[in-house]
Design a protein around this ligand. Structure first.
Ligand code: ATP
Length: 269
């Protein structure tokens, strides 16, 4: 590859695809987020950490339109202001959100769940073709492999393990082809093996999309984060690599008295 091509590839990898600026969120009189800025790059695995109540989930809620900020803007690079749109319009703009509890159809098979998710992005005649002929399409095949669910396609989703249910939901989101994928503690309650597989899955997804993860498990963050943003009391405290974040004495300080403290200290050893 020529040096120019390499340079171009690098700059496209670092492209900002969403910018949240000066976000303030108030619940009644309580200000949960105060002038927060967050830039998301494409092809990035970005973790949002901070003690309980720091405002992390609220920031994801603002980006996906679940919560409207009192002030501030969330812009896509095409200029679209997301704070003016409704949640379903934001989904169509390529923002996918996964909550902690998986929202899958327990009575349907893995394949049927994925087919339903795929239908929301397809033209009606393609959806009918899937139902009539069971034609899966490349995207579905790819998601089955990515999530490791290829041998479980005939299984009822309700019979899957906790980890597999989470992967299925991630797979369903992928079929909506989001530019940005927002996840809230995706590995919570998983075994060590499932946690590791989830990290690998997120890394793979982040080779094509922007992935933002709210996370408390510092071991998980340390192993998989490309970039970390630390929030504290509704504000940005620090942003950088995990090594840069860990080297900042303020981070251990804000975690005092939370389970994060022990984890940060462990990570520093
Ligand atoms: N709908 C709401 N009404 C009132 N207060 C809220 C609401 N949602 C969040 N809060 C408050 O806003 C603050 C930030 O909450 P948020 O859930 O964003 O924090 P967090 O950093 O995600 O915390 P955690 O790690 O515990 O999930 C908290 O004090 C929370 O109690």
């Amino acid at each position: 590859m020529s040096r120019l091509l390499q340079k171009n590839k690098k700059s496209s990898e670092l492209q900002v695809i969403l910018a949240a600026e000066d976000i303030t969120v108030s619940f009644g009189g309580f200000v949960a987020v105060k002038g927060m800025n967050l830039k998301l790059l494409n092809r990035d695995l970005h973790f949002l950490i901070g003690p309980n109540g720091a405002g992390k989930t609220t920031m994801l809620d603002v980006i996906c339109g679940k919560t409207k900020p009192a002030s501030g803007s969330v812009k896509l690079m095409d200029g679209t202001e997301l704070t003016r749109l409704k949640e379903h319009q934001i989904v169509r703009k390529g923002i996918g959100r996964k909550f902690q509890a998986p929202s899958i159809f327990a009575g349907l098979t893995v394949e049927e769940n994925l087919a339903l998710a795929a239908e929301t992005r397809r033209l009606p005649f393609q959806a009918i073709r899937i139902r009539r002929h069971g034609a899966r399409g490349e995207a579905m095949e790819r998601v089955m492999l990515q999530t490791g669910l290829q041998d479980r396609i005939g299984e009822r989703a309700g019979a899957l393990s906790h980890g597999e249910k989470q992967w299925l939901e991630i797979g369903m989101l992928l079929l909506q082809e989001p530019q940005v994928l927002l996840l809230d503690e995706p590995a919570a309650g998983m075994t060590d093996e499932e946690t590791y597989q989830t990290g690998r899955l997120l890394q793979e997804i982040a080779t094509e999309r922007s992935v933002v993860v709210v996370e408390h498990d510092m071991e998980f963050v340390r192993e998989f984060a490309a970039k970390v943003t630390v929030m504290h009391e509704g504000k940005l405290l620090k942003e950088g690599t995990m090594a840069e974040v860990q080297a900042d004495p303020r981070i251990a300080e804000v975690y005092l008295g939370t389970r994060g403290q022990a984890n940060v200290e462990t990570a520093e050893r």
